[in-house]
Ligand binder design. Structure first.
Ligand SMILES: [Fe+2]
Length: 368
């Protein structure tokens, strides 16, 4: 516990009117909701010349992962498991159902289109859809074209919506933008595609068990309640912004898990005040490991990126925009990026598979 205090050169408002030739760095606890200070530096803290040891910024190209495997775990801790999944179009009769008893499932569709059959009814998905499937709900993904997903399993609790606070319940996305499953018509759609689902693959403690049945497993004829799978498309999301000062990433929170959050960065106008910082501020997010998945568009805070890449910035060192982005941002009025961020309260472990798709020079990318 401490009280606000200032020394030397400082600013009245965070991320605004940073003295010419200096750099602002935010050091914050609890994802910038707790005690926080802004340091005015002569140079960005990202000017390291050598990093020795396992703690460093990392970048991966997930599109280089084997595209024939159905699922690869990438990162994990006790609260969250993050993976990458390819789903192929299934021939009639080959579709099986799945059930995840390890936690709520959040899929983000990076590529592809298709149907999802569930005990609660039919959903469809396309590129840019979030799909929330509560723990233990039976579902079957039936791609109409080869699809891939970022998969975020909430192991320690259940997904909740962000607290909207001052901006009210229709901000970020309207509740009505959440697409609910349609029970009516599901049977006909299954028949049309020639699927009769008689197998359920259940994940428990990361192990799969196959349950077989002699008849179709999706036999629900009605239901009531507030526990069901649903979807949300990025086009139905309304990013918050201030034209006067850069808002923190927490303004873009989409889903809240136990000890982690999922945020979505979407195209938006840039801050228009002349003295407003327009790129993400240099920061130490002291209590959180950060993952950023680049889905689509132009990624304004760094260069040499393409959709399907993923960065990992664990707690323990400051980071911020790429030097080129700082120079070029002045000519821009809008961002055109779609990215999914996962911030975790406890350190993430990395799966070995990531080393095969790591860009080993990434830690040098802040050198101008
Ligand atoms: Fe960060």
């Amino acid at each position: 516990m401490s009280h606000h205090y200032t020394q030397g050169i400082n600013t009245k408002q965070a991320h605004k009117a940073i003295p010419e030739g200096y750099y602002e760095e935010e050091q914050g606890l609890l994802g910038f909701f707790g005690p926080v200070s802004h340091l005015i530096r002569k140079q960005p803290s990202t000017r390291w010349t050598k990093i020795e040891g396992p703690l460093k910024p990392r970048m991966y190209d997930l599109l280089e992962l084997n595209k024939t495997e159905s699922y690869r775990r990438l990162f994990y801790n006790d609260q969250v498991r993050i993976g990458w999944q390819w789903s192929e179009k299934k021939e009639p009769g080959k579709l099986f159902a799945e059930r995840n008893s390890d936690g709520d499932l959040l899929l983000f569709c990076h590529q592809g289109t298709g149907d999802i059959f569930t005990e609660y009814g039919h959903l469809s998905y396309s590129k840019g859809h979030y799909i929330v499937i509560p723990k233990c709900v039976t579902y079957a993904i039936s791609p109409t074209e080869k699809s891939n997903f970022l998969v975020i399993e909430n192991l320690g609790g259940h997904y909740e919506e962000p607290v909207r606070g001052l901006v009210g319940r229709h901000a970020i996305y309207d509740e009505n933008a959440l697409v609910k499953p349609e029970l009516e018509g599901q049977e006909a759609q299954l028949k049309k595609l020639g699927h009769e689902i008689k197998e359920i693959h259940v994940k428990h403690n990361s192990e799969l068990t196959k349950f077989s049945y002699s008849e179709e497993v999706f036999d629900v004829v009605g239901w009531k309640g507030d526990l069901y799978p649903f979807t949300l498309h990025v086009d139905d999301m309304m990013p918050l912004m201030s034209h006067r000062a850069h808002l923190p990433p927490s303004a873009h929170t989409t889903w809240v898990g136990r000890d982690f959050v999922v945020c979505t960065f979407l195209p938006r106008p840039l801050e228009s005040d002349k003295d407003a910082l327009k790129v993400p501020f240099y920061h130490q997010n002291i209590d959180y490991d950060e993952i950023l998945f680049y889905h689509d568009g132009d990624f304004f805070s760094r260069d040499n990126l393409h959709p399907g890449m993923l960065s990992f910035h664990p707690a323990g060192f400051p980071h911020g925009p790429h030097p080129k982005a700082v120079k070029t941002i002045e000519d821009k009025t809008h961002t055109n990026e779609y990215a999914v961020m996962i911030d975790t309260r406890w350190p993430l472990k990395r799966d070995e598979v990531l080393t095969s798709v790591e860009l080993n020079e990434y830690w040098k990318s802040w050198q101008s």
